[in-house]
Design a protein around this ligand. Structure first.
Ligand code: GAP
Length: 459
């Protein structure tokens, strides 16, 4: 297959109902995207598997669904109001706006990320290396200003400074402010984790690359509270745990790499951060951030709110502020990685090309497609089987066009099993089950179908 481009993925997503441009009939709203019938299924499946790994299969793990709107003091205490900002630079000639650190990163092909550099260092680097404006090529930039990424809105009927609230910039803060609620109500013992899936909002200076960087996106965050001194051990554990989750999702490990942040790149709350990067069509980019947030968040919230946020060990009577290991992944970025990794164009023996999404079955939007060989004779039985299987799996039904074309339609949306209903079904109670990846067919008794599929879609 030729190298996959982002444009190709965007087109496939639109054509087959994964992702559409937001507000399309009004000419769109820049960098907003709507998940269609297949995209929302895929996204839900990703969330379900993450939940399975990070909540169900972990001991002492609890899920939370906190409000998006929080008391603005949360964001003052967390440091986001003062420090959650990107360095904004304008090209004086073509008037385009850029993130100064991204100009450095792109110019050096990622050798320098510019993360954590102060404005002076960034300005000097851009000047000394004559980094050109990506739009017009000139090197005539303004000075750098800090641009805060928090989205502001107003709550209630007045729009004065007192009513100002922020859309959450990360889901993590909802977890920190509920640390004691969860710990006490669940009688949780350290170490334990709190998981949350939800929308986050950032007024990004340069959103783009499809759903890679948007202003509204979804995070799957896990805050793991542990005893100080054990944090590095858990950090290592979660690096491996997250990497394994990604390869279990079917992502090729050659397309994944770990990138440890240099000390000067670390964000204000972190003692150590490793990113898992994925090789997107435009190159490696951050997919998952794993950070050692220490006791930073619980301490600042405790100081700012005046409420003690400490853990009392019931066995030793020791009281302390736990440390936090945070694996935080963007659901949309993960979905993009899965789409890019699963798509293939295969040349078949007859010289034709088949487009196929090799999703692992647990991720596939539809697990099964039920296809009557001939509508006239097999429709009724096929509908019977479709209704029966639909009680257990997401199924689709297709009776339009020849069977080969129907298989292709299912291949490109990643349906792992196609079930064909034919004369044998009517006479012997069997169906043929075609496997998407091998394209081989098997005869299965209707009575065994559910078990056959269940066994193959497990995660
Ligand atoms: N609580 C820590 C935190 O929010 P982050 O590295 O800023 O850390 C975590 O974000 C993850 O959220 C990233 O690794 C990425 O997958 C996703 N993410 C961040 N900003 C995003 C954006 N503008 N669009 C889409 N996903 C984003």
């Amino acid at each position: 297959m030729e190298k996959l481009t982002m444009e190709k993925i965007v087109n496939i997503c639109k054509q087959y109902g994964f992702i559409f441009q937001g507000s399309e009939i009004y000419d769109g709203l820049a960098n907003t995207w709507d998940y269609g019938p297949l995209g929302s299924r895929l996204k839900n499946n990703i969330k379900d598997l993450w939940r399975k790994r990070f909540v169900a299969e972990r001991e002492n793990s609890y899920e939370l669904d906190a409000a998006i709107l929080m008391n603005p003091e949360v964001w003052v205490a967390s440091g986001h109001v003062a420090s959650f900002a990107d360095p904004l630079i304008d090209c004086k000639d073509c008037k385009t706006r850029h993130r100064a650190d991204k100009l450095v990163e792109e110019f050096t092909n990622g050798a320098e990320t510019g993360d954590g550099w102060d404005n002076e260092k960034l300005e000097n680097y851009i000047k000394d290396n004559k980094i050109p404006c990506p739009k017009c090529g000139s090197n005539n930039f303004t000075t750098i200003r800090k641009f805060n990424l928090l989205f502001e809105t107003h709550m209630g009927v007045t729009e004065d400074s007192k009513s100002k609230v922020y859309l959450r910039g990360e889901t993590a803060q909802g977890i920190f402010v509920n640390f004691l609620n969860v710990q006490r109500s669940m009688r949780a013992k350290i170490p334990f984790g709190i998981a949350q899936i939800g929308k986050a909002f950032r007024n990004e200076i340069t959103p783009g690359n499809f759903i890679f960087r948007t202003r509204e996106f979804e995070q799957m965050e896990y805050e793991f509270f542990c005893k100080p001194g054990t944090d590095m051990e858990w950090f290592k554990f979660y690096e491996e745990y997250c990497m394994k989750f990604l390869t279990d999702l079917g992502i090729n490990k050659d397309n994944l790499r770990l990138r440890k942040h240099k000390p000067e790149e670390l964000v204000f709350y972190s003692k150590g951060t490793t990113d898992i990067e994925y090789n997107y069509p435009n190159g490696f980019g951050e997919l998952w951030g794993i950070a050692d947030r220490t006791d930073y968040d619980l301490t600042v919230h405790s100081n700012h709110s005046g409420k003690e946020l400490k853990y009392l060990d019931p066995d030793t009577n020791e009281k302390y502020t736990p440390y936090v290991i945070e694996p935080s992944v963007g659901c949309d970025r993960l979905l993009l990685a899965i789409l890019c990794d699963s798509y293939d164009e295969e040349i078949l023996e007859d010289g034709t090309t088949r487009e196929v999404m090799h999703f692992i079955p647990a991720l596939a939007p539809y697990k099964v497609a039920v296809l009557p060989l001939m509508k006239k004779y097999h429709q009724e039985k096929a509908m019977d089987i479709y209704h029966k299987l639909s009680k257990s799996f997401m199924c689709t039904y297709d009776e339009a066009g020849n069977i080969g074309k129907r298989y292709r339609r299912q291949d490109v949306i990643g349906t792992p099993f196609c079930i064909t209903i034919d004369e044998e079904t009517l006479n012997n109670g069997t169906v043929t089950v075609r496997d998407r990846d091998t394209m081989k067919q098997k005869t299965i008794k209707i009575d065994n179908l559910e078990e056959y599929i269940s066994d193959r879609i497990k995660f």
